[in-house]
Design a binder for this molecule. Structure first.
Ligand code: SR1
Ligand code: MG
Length: 408
């Protein structure tokens, strides 16, 4: 039976749950030898680190409300079921990029997993200007493999449809529909503004028909396009890493949606970090721009490679290609171009909402000088507006990088 755990009651629960107890304690050890600390800083759930002298694990539990707002925003804990199922799928597809899952309980809405104590959150590391030479290689693999192998290009038609049904994640999709695609473009109590950001910059994009049409187009795609199983919230707070390893965590927003959503959210968070840099941080800036280019290009190459390799073993969409692989390559290039346009659209929505909506990015929101923060925010709003309006005309990632550079 479900019960909300806290630092005190968790010991009792662990003591009674053999599968978890045996992960951290030997039979001879008392439960009092277990240290429990709540370390969650996300918007939704509670995360505990359970530590004995020799071992440590993470226990994450969903509570029946949205943590960052409080009990007055009810949210059913079924989101943990989506997280557990997505973690399992992603672990199978990308074993080295997803933490080990040791135990899960749908009844208790919790998952017990590997403690990534030698890894840090990417966002915090980017705020501290740390460089990770392997990150783009790892994330492009995560994107290409999770998104290709859960798409109709790879899955059998009946299994894919079963999976779409299994991952109908009504409540968390609604959060995205509201907080990414709706509230930031209207007067809404949940929006939050830097008092030093001149409101004319907010009015400017809100009153721009082309921007609004672009956002509406992306919202509709988000709601209707079931291309692949998405992570659903792939910002830099959903990645833990060190110089050798990268782990993608927190897929509670997982559902079957448009491929460009995951790619766009990730790239938008890199772009926002770039805009947050001071003028004397050129070297780090070039590194971030390099990551944007490398991630997109490697994602495209790997996705295409998956398509070709899969074709050699099994026909994609069961077609015959009279001209052999040439036809498939031609189609794949066109398909990736469409994903590119979606990526730009979704990245723009993420940039707009992180500036005026409820959920901010620490890279910008923690800039103490509010005047400087406002200058950064203005550039984010200007770039996002320009990107969403010109997404169908942008030919390659270098054009985006040049646009971003011009804004800084
Ligand atoms: C209202 S919840 C705000 C945000 O937190 C999550 O990480 C998602 O990004 C969501 O939009
Ligand atoms: Mg999260």
């Amino acid at each position: 039976m479900y019960k909300v755990l806290d630092e005190d009651s968790i010991k009792d629960y662990v003591d009674k749950t053999r599968e978890i107890r045996s992960l951290v304690l030997q039979d001879s050890q008392s439960i009092n030898e277990l240290d429990v600390n709540e370390i969650g800083d996300g918007n939704l759930n509670f995360v505990y680190i359970l530590k004995s002298k020799e071992k440590s694990i993470i226990l994450k539990q969903a509570v029946p409300y949205l943590r960052c707002v409080g009990v007055e925003y009810p949210l059913s804990r079924i989101r943990m079921t989506f997280e557990i199922e997505a973690l399992k799928t992603q672990k199978e597809l990308c074993p080295s990029l997803v933490p080990d899952i040791f135990y899960s309980s749908h009844d208790m809405s919790l998952v017990v997993m590997q403690n990534l104590d030698k890894h840090k959150i990417l966002r915090t590391e980017m705020i501290n200007r740390v460089i990770f030479p392997l990150l783009s290689e790892h994330i492009s693999t995560f994107l290409a493999d999770t998104l290709f192998y859960t798409s109709d290009f790879y899955m059998d038609s009946d299994k894919k449809k079963e999976d779409v049904k299994k991952f109908i994640n009504v409540e968390l999709c609604k959060i995205t529909e509201d907080f990414i695609f709706t509230h930031p473009y209207e007067e809404n109590d949940t929006n939050e503004y830097n008092p030093k950001l001149d409101f004319k910059h907010v009015k400017k994009f809100r009153e721009d028909t082309e921007v609004k049409a672009g956002v509406l187009e992306m919202k509709y795609k988000f709601m209707t396009n079931t291309q692949a199983l998405l992570h659903g919230d792939l910002h830099s707070g959903s990645i833990m890493l060190n110089q050798k390893e990268t782990y993608v965590i927190d897929p509670e927003f997982a559902f079957y949606g448009p491929i460009g959503f995951d790619v766009g959210i990730y790239l938008a968070n890199l772009i926002m970090n770039y805009f947050s840099l001071a003028s004397d941080e050129k070297e780090y800036g070039n590194y971030v721009l390099g990551m944007i280019k490398e991630t997109w290009e490697k994602f495209g190459q790997k996705f295409k490679n998956n398509m070709i390799e899969n074709e050699k073993q099994k026909k994609s969409l069961q077609f015959d290609y009279p001209n052999g692989l040439h036809d498939l390559e031609y189609f794949t290039d066109k398909f990736i171009k469409e994903i590119f346009e979606d990526t730009i659209g979704f990245a723009s929505c993420e940039m707009l909402r992180r500036t005026v909506g409820l959920a901010k990015v620490a890279d910008i929101a923690e800039i103490e000088d509010l005047e400087r923060r406002a200058r950064v925010e203005r550039r984010v709003l200007e770039s996002a507006s320009l990107l969403i309006k010109s997404k169908s005309k942008i030919q390659n990632i270098d054009e985006i990088i040049n646009m971003i550079k011009k804004q800084s």
